[in-house]
Design a protein around this ligand. Structure first.
Ligand code: HEC
Length: 164
């Protein structure tokens, strides 16, 4: 074997081939460790089906907007304690100390609360006999318009049919 063949073999097997193997190893992406996670199914919210006025007269349009805006606020800020259906059964702690909120979906109960009393309870919160807030005040969070919209929504809860 002549020297030329030996040098060429050494170059190929000693340098080119290892370099090619190392490069191939470096650029090969690592195998995917785990299959992609299955999409998480988000349970659909079961909200009370409050009747919405369908007319296109200004009064119906305003009422519809108020109910929908009130629903957005209630189901975002109030449901933690008052429950999705407004039954007042989602705060075990308040119930345990005798301050279970009223059932907002019960017509007879809600008729005892005037719009003005409702507004004041919302704006200033509700205090217990020691003057401690059992229901937080919302004046710094909601505008009066938003508080009125929540009241309109709550007034419609007793008219709601089964949750959708
Ligand atoms: C941190 C819990 C909590 C949140 C949040 C909350 N409330 Fe209350 N709310 C209460 C409790 C507890 C009472 C009962 C107070 C009592 O009887 O001492 C109450 C009472 C009320 C009352 C008086 C009638 C009743 O149910 O007893 C109204 C009206 C009311 N809440 C509306 C709302 C609205 C509207 C929101 C959302 C903007 C809201 N609350 C958010 C806890 C909460």
């Amino acid at each position: 074997m002549n020297r030329y063949v030996i040098y060429t073999s050494l170059l190929i097997f000693g340098v080119v081939l290892p370099l090619a193997l190392i490069t191939a190893w470096l650029i090969t992406p690592p195998p995917d460790p785990s299959p992609p996670p299955a999409p998480v199914a988000i349970p659909k919210l079961r909200l009370p089906k409050v009747p919405l006025p369908t007319g296109n007269d200004p009064e119906s349009i305003v009422l519809r907007q108020s109910i929908l805006n009130g629903e957005r606020i209630y189901q975002r800020l109030c449901y933690h304690c008052h429950g999705r259906q407004g039954k007042g059964d989602s705060n075990e702690y308040m119930a345990s100390i005798g301050h279970k909120p009223a059932d907002h979906s019960d017509l007879a109960t809600m008729q005892k609360l005037s719009d003005e009393e409702f507004f004041v309870a919302l704006r200033d919160g509700v205090k217990d006999e020691r003057g401690w807030l059992t229901m937080p005040p919302w004046a710094s969070v909601l505008t009066s318009r938003e508080m009125r919209d929540v009241i309109v929504y709550v007034r419609h809860l007793p008219l709601a049919t089964s949750p959708n």
